[in-house]
Design a protein around this ligand. Structure first.
Ligand code: ADP
Length: 494
């Protein structure tokens, strides 16, 4: 039998402890799935002030207290708390790396009121990266793989290839670096470099420097042993142009032989209409009629009138430029002439908040603008909508389109990244397909595809077919978890 692997997954957000986006979902579901494949996997994340100690059942680890972590010419003390993610038949241990003055605040990366990045994010995530390596040594646990995710973990591979290169403790440890979004790079002035304690040569264009700044995403891309992206299409896109590669396309291209796209899955224990605790009427492919009851509940909950045959278009999204809100705004007036109702759930940039709250006031029977972060409502939107809109400018993977298919809600998406990999355009002559796709990032194309979806909606038999096609798809984590294990195994010295 193949040997069990020891893996540490590092992430700056993990559901249910701290979340701003899909990274948190992945950092919870992937380890659970890998554990089910009988490997030892543990998680380490920062211990933010917003994590409720009692609710999340955090306990102190006496052995892991007051561990000195170098930051510039200071030694910062780290301690560790621990809790678990519960799986149906096993538990995944989660370590919370703590230093109160750096992480004991409610925001993850930005100040909740000013919406600005914390000014000491360099200190916070330099400390996190170095702290992880110091803590593991104290713990005496030598993972075969440290699986890093996004820029907050980008320095870990650099430390392992430099300061810890000859450390016998890490001689068999390899790194995987997963890119969930190329646009967030963790960029800091070069003047911060001496706080990393890294050798001077690292601060160069060959190393972690980009455009005269320290770039932590680049750090992960250059120094990790393998790179993954969260869909196959995104792996191609980020090498193809500056638009997708966000200035690091050449860096990725230079490592093309080490790049693999592995699609995210969805956590069935959280996202399943048959067992979902957040929706009033549980249903499945054989009890689809109950979906209508959820639609009524959604409309009641969001203050919209129930209009029989008029479809509800749902959106659950960070309100950021990436999500394609601009092209929706471009064709807004025409969109409002179509027979549909729209429920939007999201928080983000002020200009989008202003737009949707104004639109909600102007069309009170057509639009519900829920400008908040609300997990329960997100579930109800997936259950109660007929269609789900994702007009993304780019989308590394996207989870919502998979949730929506699972809930029998037909996705309308732009054919980019993971949206293109997971949604198959409906073909009325073959009856195949799970949704509707448009190619160009353009309001006119978006409008045309919405009209095409409305046309299909009017033909009940076609619509049922699309709904069922989507619900029958397998988006479970297991397939992807096996691909990660294969990758880990190819790197690990076991
Ligand atoms: P991204 O990671 O780019 O934000 P994804 O589609 O991969 O996009 O994941 C978004 C996750 O965050 C999903 O689980 C989605 O339901 C959730 N989400 C986003 N905005 C909200 C919100 N306002 N309320 C509740 N959940 C939200």
């Amino acid at each position: 039998m193949a040997r069990q692997l020891d893996v540490l997954l590092l992430s700056s957000e993990v559901e249910p402890f701290a979340k701003t986006g899909g990274l948190a979902d992945v950092s919870c579901a992937l380890p659970k799935s890998i554990k089910s494949l009988d490997h030892e996997i543990r998680i380490m994340m920062p211990r933010y002030g917003s994590i409720d100690e009692r609710k999340c059942k955090l306990h102190e680890m006496i052995r892991l207290k007051d561990i000195p972590v170098p930051l510039g010419n200071k030694q910062i003390l780290a301690s560790v708390r621990s809790s678990f993610l519960l799986n149906s038949h096993s538990k995944v241990q989660v370590y919370f790396l703590d230093n109160h003055s750096l992480f004991g605040r409610s925001g993850l990366y930005i100040h909740p009121e000013t919406k600005k990045d914390y000014r000491d994010n360099d200190d916070r995530f330099f400390f996190f990266a170095r702290g992880v390596l110091e803590v593991l040594k104290r713990l005496g646990w030598q993972p075969n793989i440290i699986h890093c995710n996004d820029w907050p973990t980008g320095l870990v591979p650099v430390y392992l290839k430099t300061l810890y290169k000859n450390d016998p403790f890490y001689k068999d440890t390899r790194t995987v670096f997963t890119v969930h979004n190329m646009a967030y790079q963790g960029v800091f002035p070069k003047s911060s470099f001496n706080k990393t304690g890294l050798p001077a040569g690292v601060l160069s264009e060959k190393g972690i420097e980009s455009d005269g700044m320290i770039n932590l995403l680049k750090a992960g891309l250059v120094y990790s042993d393998a790179i993954t992206t969260v869909s196959e299409k995104y792996a191609e896109e980020i090498q193809s142009s500056a638009e997708y590669g966000c200035g690091l396309e050449d860096v990725v291209r230079r490592r093309k032989d080490s790049v693999t796209g592995i699609l995210n899955g969805i956590d069935d224990s959280v996202w399943d209409p048959a067992t979902d605790k957040s929706i009033p009427h549980k249903y499945g492919i054989k009890t689809l009629d109950l979906k209508l009851e959820n639609k009524k509940a959604l409309l009641r909950r969001t203050g919209l009138p129930f209009r029989g045959t008029i479809p509800v278009l749902g959106m659950v999204s960070r309100l950021a430029e990436q999500k394609g809100i601009d092209i929706i705004m471009d064709v807004w007036d025409e969109l409002m002439t179509l027979p549909l109702q729209l429920v939007v759930l999201g928080i983000g940039e002020k200009r989008y908040h202003d737009f949707f709250s104004k639109a909600g006031k102007k069309y009170p029977e057509k639009i519900a603008a829920c400008l908040e972060f609300n997990e329960d409502l997100a579930h109800l939107i997936h259950a109660g909508s007929d269609m789900f809109l994702m007009a993304s400018r780019y989308e590394p993977c996207g989870l919502n389109q998979m949730y929506s298919m699972k809930y029998g809600t037909v996705p309308i998406v732009r054919a980019t990244g993971g949206l293109d990999d997971t949604v198959e355009d409906f073909n009325p002559s073959t009856g195949k397909g799970t949704g509707f796709k448009f190619k160009e990032y353009h309001g006119g194309d978006l409008l045309r595809v919405v009209k095409r979806a409305l046309g299909a909606y009017a033909t009940t038999t076609s619509w049922r077919k699309i709904v069922k096609n989507g619900m029958s798809k397998d988006f479970s984590w297991e397939t992807s978890a096996r691909k990660y294990v294969q990758l880990y195994r190819s790197l690990a010295r076991t």
